[in-house]
Design a protein around this ligand. Structure first.
Ligand code: HAM
Length: 440
């Protein structure tokens, strides 16, 4: 670039990524791919199939699905009024659309829209970005990624069975073990059915009555509209009061209690450890019965790697048929953060840096690179005008295992100089021995 050009770029203000969003760069992206391919393999073992739903949906889907009173819907959604209604010639103002803050509502919408039960498709998984306007901090972003799964189907398909809950939890334990994530902790609760929660809400309201004034503004609002949401409160001063409130576990009816007991019996039988936590109510309104979170100590304040639970009435509340379901979503950003060294092998460096030396060598080197790449080697191809010293420097910088020098002499004799960049050792290798030599 000319001196004038450089001057200009320094004067123009640069544009940075929006707060709460981030660029995932190599080699970090290799760790993400490692997680995603291990997860896809596990999903295949359990006969899950991938679904991809749109990144934005009608706002009403989340209002009805996730719940108006939840933090997600009341404070955190990216919502706008779409203009397309007007330009399409449709009457009236544009409709309200929202970037998806989670994917369960979208999956259930798609399940209903495409009558997936008719095709026997009831185990679905997804991987993709979600959006919430939360205060960014370590492990909490405004665009974050989830890997999630949903088991949903008509009662006749057995989706209501506690066996499905236990199977999903066992799948998650298997996945975390396969990723060699240690020190995870499964926290488990049952939040009962609608009738249980109606009785519980009444008791909560009563218990909140004398203390509600001492709680934060959000809790005062929640106490009036949806008292269960008081348990979502993060304000430290409120916690001692919230700790004194009655728990949902005391309000489960017999079928819900039995369902929950059976989930635990199966978990015991497959030896998946868990801790009961009757304060765990999850921050979304669609849950019924089993609710769970996996936490990881190394994550700090945002220590939930994943969360999920059963949502037996969600389909009906979105206008669909009766279709009990259960699912989870892993926060992929947090999962990658808790990986430790187990993904290091996924970060692949070039096997060989091919350095053409001298005029006219780009063409020959391109042919040689093509041959080597067809043998599945990772080849970085240099440029004929580079001096050997520069090529070797570039090769080392990108972490290549070997540098392969291709000058006129090498191409005419068919014997190449192959330099091991870690040891500095250089050997003469015949063209047909290059691949085994590099793979060694
Ligand atoms: P959730 O608990 O809201 O559940 O989110 C699941 C996971 O997504 C959290 O445990 C966390 O790891 C990650 N997560 C949430 N918000 C953020 C954020 N701002 N930044 C980074 N990671 C975040 C759901 O979304 C439900 N749809 C899960 C589900 C599926 N339930 C049934 N099926």
């Amino acid at each position: 670039m000319s001196a004038r050009g450089e001057e200009l770029t320094t004067q123009v203000e640069t544009i940075r990524a929006v707060r709460g969003t981030r660029d995932l760069l190599p080699p970090e992206t290799a760790r993400w791919n490692f997680v995603e391919s291990a997860t896809r393999e596990v999903f295949r073992n359990y006969n899950f199939h991938e679904i991809r739903t749109p990144i934005f949906e009608k706002t009403e889907l989340f209002a009805r699905g996730v719940g108006e009173e939840t933090d997600i819907v009341s404070k955190e959604m990216y919502t706008w009024e779409d203009q397309s209604g007007k330009s399409d010639g449709a009457a009236g103002a544009g409709q309200s659309l929202t970037l998806r803050p989670e994917n369960t509502a979208g999956v259930v919408r798609a399940y209903i829209e495409h009558k997936l039960w008719e095709r026997g498709l009831n185990k679905l998984y997804y991987i993709g970005p979600q959006f919430r306007r939360e205060r960014p901090q370590k492990g909490r972003y405004r665009q974050f990624y989830q890997i999630g799964a949903e088991v949903i189907g008509p009662p006749s398909s057995g989706t209501e069975s506690p066996a499905r809950d236990a199977e999903l939890l066992e799948l998650l334990a298997t996945l975390l073990d396969r990723l060699r994530i240690q020190d995870w902790r499964l926290e488990l609760n049952s939040i009962g059915c609608e009738e249980d929660r109606a009785r519980y809400n009444q008791a909560l309201r009563q218990a909140l009555g004398p203390v509600v004034r001492k709680l934060c503004d959000d809790c005062q609002r929640r106490a009036a509209t949806n008292p269960l949401r008081v348990f979502d409160c993060k304000v430290p001063a409120d916690q001692p009061i919230i700790d004194t409130l009655p728990r949902i576990s005391q309000f489960l009816d017999e079928p819900c209690r039995q369902h929950f007991d059976e989930v635990q019996r199966i978990l015991n039988s497959v030896r998946v450890p868990y801790t009961l936590n009757d304060r765990l109510v999850r921050g979304l309104d669609y849950y019924t019965r089993t609710a769970f979170e996996f936490t990881h100590g190394a994550l700090g304040a945002q220590n939930a790697i994943l969360g999920g639970g059963r949502y037996d009435g969600l389909s009906e509340s979105l206008g669909g048929p009766q279709a009990p379901g259960i699912g989870f979503a892993i926060g992929e950003d947090r999962l990658v953060m808790s990986l430790g060294d187990s993904a290091e092998a996924a970060v692949r460096k070039p096997d060989v840096y091919l350095a053409p030396l001298g005029p006219g060598m780009n063409q020959e080197a391109a042919r040689l690179a093509r041959e080597l790449r067809r043998q599945n080697l990772i080849v970085e191809l240099g440029e004929e005008s580079f001096r050997l010293k520069k090529s070797l420097e570039l090769a080392s910088k990108m972490g290549a295992k070997y540098a392969l020098i291709a000058g006129e002499n090498e191409l005419s004799t068919g014997v190449f100089a192959l330099k091991n960049l870690a040891t500095g050792e250089q050997r003469a290798v015949a063209r047909d021995r290059l691949v085994p030599e590099i793979q060694r």
